[in-house]
Design a protein around this ligand. Structure first.
Ligand SMILES: *[C@@H]1O[C@H](CO)[C@@H](O)[C@H](O)[C@H]1NC(C)=O
Ligand SMILES: *[C@@H]1O[C@H](CO)[C@@H](O)[C@H](O)[C@H]1NC(C)=O
Length: 283
């Protein structure tokens, strides 16, 4: 073997190791929580599918709880006529004063656009919806949906393009999720009373089962266990903990909001006749 091909081989080995290390394994990281066999982990833990039929949907939940993290998931949404279906992928704590960070994908008739619905709950209170169309067909391929959650802000991204930021404005009296660890949840269910064109288009059960697929879960995150964080002793390795939007990121959010946002609670004056929530004027 020449030294050059030796080096190449070493680089290749190192690279495959890094890929393997970052890909995550659904068997280790998640539990299927409901759906009576409709959720499946395949390919040695590399792929997870959820399905929905007339009897039931299905869902899964992370084994770990996280208190801050940079969490990526690749999702391929229900193809074809997915009207009436909702694929939810979110972080949430439990209880009436829970915190929650949501991605929800509202299906549509074949060829009609999905809606990506986002929300942030703090201490049990949500009502912070923003909705977007996507700039690609999310049923043709896997795309990466990411949540960066650190003490300064929550940033939602799609294929690394930030689309929404919820800043920590605690100093202005707006609660921010920072004390309650959250699990990752996902589920596929029927919501044809509201999901597609506000409930006008119903689920076509002759198309069932409906299936959404997940792969390449990757969490750089602080795992919460028995009252302590895996990050608390030494967080110098976690640069995502200090990450914030740079100018390019801010421009990308503006681009996404200008071209793809279809609903923003901060401009819905019918809904807030007494005035918009305070973060709307501070964001
Ligand atoms: C479905 O398609 C219709 C027509 O293009 C559009 O108005 C609607 O926003 C789309 N998405 C959903 C989830 O209703
Ligand atoms: C934290 O970790 C870094 C790199 O792993 C190390 O260089 C540093 O000495 C550690 N600091 C403390 C306070 O343990």
């Amino acid at each position: 073997m020449t030294s050059r091909s030796f080096v190449k081989e070493k680089v290749f080995l190192l690279f495959s190791f890094l890929l393997a290390a970052s890909a995550g394994n659904f068997n280790q990281d998640f539990d299927i929580t409901w759906g009576d066999g409709r959720a499946k982990i395949l390919g040695n833990g590399q792929l997870l599918t959820l399905s929905l039929d007339k009897t039931s949907g299905s869902g899964f939940k992370s084994r770990s709880q996280y208190l801050f993290g940079k969490i990526d998931m690749q999702i391929k949404l229900v193809p074809g006529n997915s009207a009436g279906t909702v694929t939810a992928y979110y972080l949430s704590s439990l209880g009436s004063a829970h915190d929650e960070i949501d991605f929800e994908f509202l299906g549509n008739l074949s060829g009609q656009p999905y809606i990506l619905h986002t929300n942030v709950f703090t201490q049990g209170k949500g009502n912070r919806e923003q909705q977007f169309y996507l700039w690609f067909d999310p049923t043709k391929d896997f795309h990466t949906y990411s949540i960066l959650w650190n003490p300064q802000s929550i940033i939602f991204s799609v294929d690394r393009t930030p689309i929404r930021e919820f800043k920590n404005l605690e100093s202005r009296g707006i609660p921010f999720p920072k004390d309650q660890p959250m699990w990752i949840f996902s589920s596929l269910w029927n919501a044809d009373d509201w999901a597609t064109r506000g409930g006008l288009v119903k689920t076509d059960w002759s198309q069932a089962p409906f299936t959404a697929s997940y792969r390449n879960f990757n969490a750089q995150a602080c795992i919460w266990s028995s009252g302590s964080s895996s990050c608390s002793s030494n967080s110098s390795g976690n640069s995502w903990m200090r990450e914030s939007l740079d100018t390019t990121g801010q421009q990308k959010i503006k681009w996404a909001q200008k071209n793809y946002m279809i609903y923003n609670y901060c401009t819905d004056s019918k809904r807030f006749p007494q005035g918009f929530p305070p973060e709307c004027s501070l964001a």
